[in-house]
Write a protein that binds this ligand. Structure first.
Ligand SMILES: NC(=O)c1ccc[n+]([C@@H]2O[C@H](COP(=O)([O-])OP(=O)(O)OC[C@H]3O[C@@H](n4cnc5c(N)ncnc54)[C@H](O)[C@@H]3O)[C@@H](O)[C@H]2O)c1
Length: 336
């Protein structure tokens, strides 16, 4: 056993991957009193998550570039739910200093002084027409806009970095959770949105590579929700036209998948895909994939297991030292 707050060794994290029972109701009361941070929470899926957690007695801090909408939303929800622990903060996830300030302010607003769930949700769709470079044949085409990569990949990586840093200070026994927003475009091809698809493949790859070590060492569990097309403002007119008449996934199903991850505190390292209900709705992807590790990962896991064992030994000897040596000496001094 390691001394991580979950009391898990990397092996135990790897091999505890039974499928999530999606038919089972989850206990939503677990979020009461916890502090949830959502990037990109001013509209769409992030707004849906705020609306879900606000009446449950959680402190929810949303960050977004859309200040007007974020502030109006918080005002509305404070009035309708009576929960005063709902806050909007301006953040541009592309800027590391902006995210640092955002996290510091969120900590200051948290009644417990700690954070429990961080949701890296902010995102943009395909920006620019990558497949159609403009310019005459004898000129270089203009550099493609990199906004999609900046917001979806760099922004999520910055959020994860700060989440790992701050969640380490959350007391053992309290939840430490980092939730990513991938997409079905994390697994599947996204024609006419190649850069967006690359960004969401990146988020999934980042999550899959990151999820083991912080879970085993620091008890930070990580999960990802991957929705199919959902009707939110991120969908451009062209996309809506192509999808006309076709069933989409529902914001409420995406929010429920996220809420299950937030509320079920034993769940770590898992992916829930959210398809249209007619195609199965919420389903788990990659069950057991953490067990299928190749030699490099196996060696890392072995090294981490050894580190966990050494830490357990050091703690045990330290406890014995305090119990049988330091304690009696202090007792002697007190006596005289
Ligand atoms: N809607 C879909 O079809 C769909 C499908 C799969 C995945 N997703 C993912 O879900 C997440 C939420 O998307 P949504 O559908 O709610 O879109 P949305 O456009 O409705 O909401 C995205 C939010 O992110 C904010 N944002 C954008 N750039 C930002 C920045 N630099 N800093 C801070 N905030 C920023 C926006 O202002 C907005 O409030 C995204 O990561 C998206 O890629 C959406």
């Amino acid at each position: 056993m390691s001394d991580s707050p979950f009391g898990l060794t990397p092996d135990e994290v790897l091999y505890s991957q039974t499928p999530i029972d999606l038919s089972k109701p989850y206990d939503e009361s677990t979020v009461k009193g916890s502090t949830i941070v959502i990037t990109g929470g001013a509209r769409g899926i992030g707004e849906g998550m705020l609306r879900r957690f606000a009446p449950l007695g959680a402190t929810v801090v949303i960050g977004d570039v859309n200040t007007a909408r974020g502030e109006a939303l918080i005002k509305e929800l404070r009035e309708s739910t009576g929960n005063e622990n709902l806050h909007f903060l301006h953040v541009d996830v592309v800027s590391y200093p902006s995210q640092c300030a955002f996290f510091r302010s969120a900590l200051a607003l948290s009644p417990s002084g700690h954070l429990n769930t961080i949701i890296a949700n902010a995102g943009v769709g395909e920006v620019g027409h990558f497949e159609s470079p403009t310019g005459a044949p004898d000129t270089d085409p203009p550099e493609p806009p990199m906004t999609t990569i900046d917001v979806n990949v760099k922004g999520a990586i910055f959020t994860a970095r700060l989440a790992l840093h701050h969640l380490k200070s959350t007391p053992p026994g309290q939840d430490r959770h980092l939730l990513f927003l991938g997409s079905l475009a994390s697994f599947a091809a996204g024609p006419a949105m190649a850069v967006y698809s690359a960004s969401k493949h990146a988020v999934l790859g980042f999550f899959r590579s990151l999820r083991l070590y912080p879970s085993a060492r620091d008890g930070v569990r990580m999960n990802i929700v991957c929705p199919y097309f959902v009707d939110t403002p991120i969908l451009p007119l062209g996309g809506r036209t192509i999808l006309a008449g076709l069933e989409r996934a529902l914001v409420e199903d995406v929010v429920e998948a996220a809420a299950r991850f937030v509320c079920e505190r034993g769940v770590m390292g898992r992916s829930l895909c959210v398809a249209p209900r007619g195609s199965g709705g919420v389903m788990e992807m990659g069950v057991g994939e953490m067990e299928e590790v190749e030699v490099f990962s196996r060696r890392i896991v072995r090294a981490l297991n050894r580190e966990a064992a050494v830490r357990a030994w050091v703690h045990m000897w330290w406890d014995l030292w305090v119990l049988f040596v330091v304690g009696p000496i202090v007792g002697l001094f007190r006596k005289y």
